[in-house]
Design a protein around this ligand. Sequence first.
Ligand SMILES: Cc1cc2nc3c(=O)[nH]c(=O)nc-3n(C[C@H](O)[C@H](O)[C@H](O)COP(=O)(O)O)c2cc1C
Length: 393
Amino acid sequence: MPVITNIDDLHAIYRRRVPKMFYDYCQSGSWTEQTFRENETDFDKIRLRQRVAVDMEGRSLKTTMVGREVSMPVALAPVGLTGMQHADGEILAAQAAEDFGVPFTLSTMSICSIEDVARKTQAPFWFQLYVMRDEEFVDNLIGRAEAAGCDTLVITLDLQILGQRHKDLKNGLSAPPKLTPATIANLATKVSWGLEMMGTPRRQFGNIVGHAKGVTDTSSLSSWTAEQFDPRLDWGKIRKLRDKWKGKVILKGILDPEDARQALEMGADAIVVSNHGGRQLDGALSSIRMLPEIVEAVGDKIEIHMDGGIRSGQDVLKAVALGARATYIGRAFIYGLGAMGKKGVTHALEVIRKELDTTMALCGEKDIHDVGPHVTLVPKGFRGEWERPASNS
Ligand SMILES: Cc1cc2nc3c(=O)[nH]c(=O)nc-3n(C[C@H](O)[C@H](O)[C@H](O)COP(=O)(O)O)c2cc1C
């Protein structure tokens, strides 16, 4: 059993274990991957203030996210195709999150269906919605999430059309993988992944196949998704969805203060400052760099969450210090899941909790609610030497 000391350890095992197609799907950003890289590297620019001679006993990381008690300010982000990273991946990740006391968010594009996850868990999980053109299908999805006991709807706003990720095109990404000579050669080296996958019936998009009109197999699915994401999604439609859903609503994919103000007007319970893990608008600033400006704009009126680039408990602490109530991890939990299933997700959460707890203590704080900008040192100009050019109009 390898000794896991950090998220990189899980990443290394994950890389060896999972087929290239799915590893690449996770480990990419769009186009040049600048935003993907900077989500991580911008965290490194923020430093922490060491404080001493503070009583560190009785520390607490507990907080709430949209009213729900969480054991630390971290949730699992919605990640499509999680069930291809490990057989029954969404179920395993949801169970690990439940045991740990943090929320799990199920993607619309999951392999295990809403009902699969509900059957295998007790705690309500959150459902992430991609808005599709087919309103009947969207209503049906929302109804299924409600019937499954989901109490929070996370509406993703930054993927009306897809940012191109070169590797997915080159690899011919599909679920399940199409058997080309290249994939067969690669799958032959991923024996345990393949055996586990053969042991589960869940190998297609569980929320879609058999539920959306005209989608009965995966070959019709790729054309369906390309046609179905709704490019007309606007604030009017978001308002209608807000009114339709009786529980909490989180708007995900906000990266601009103006959009944050709009989200506030929609009556959302929280926003997620996010650029989709650098997978959509390449060239956008990192989430952590945009966070302070958004906190300044709406932080006293709405709960602010953030994601993008979090690979350690120190990153979580920095995000909380700069004004996020809580964070989400995407790739960090996928590395754990792909490496060793449910146990790996638990490892990822434990690594992050331990790092967060120790770092908070060494910064002289013992309650996560007391963590603020005073624990950080931020380089001059961190918020950006960028300006909005004066408009010609
Ligand atoms: C492989 C992968 C698939 C994703 N699929 C979805 C998705 O289906 N829905 C969604 O709202 N966000 C999706 N995201 C974005 C994540 O929810 C989250 O915003 C991002 O992963 C955060 O960045 P991090 O991976 O650096 O933690 C995906 C991210 C990755 C890496």
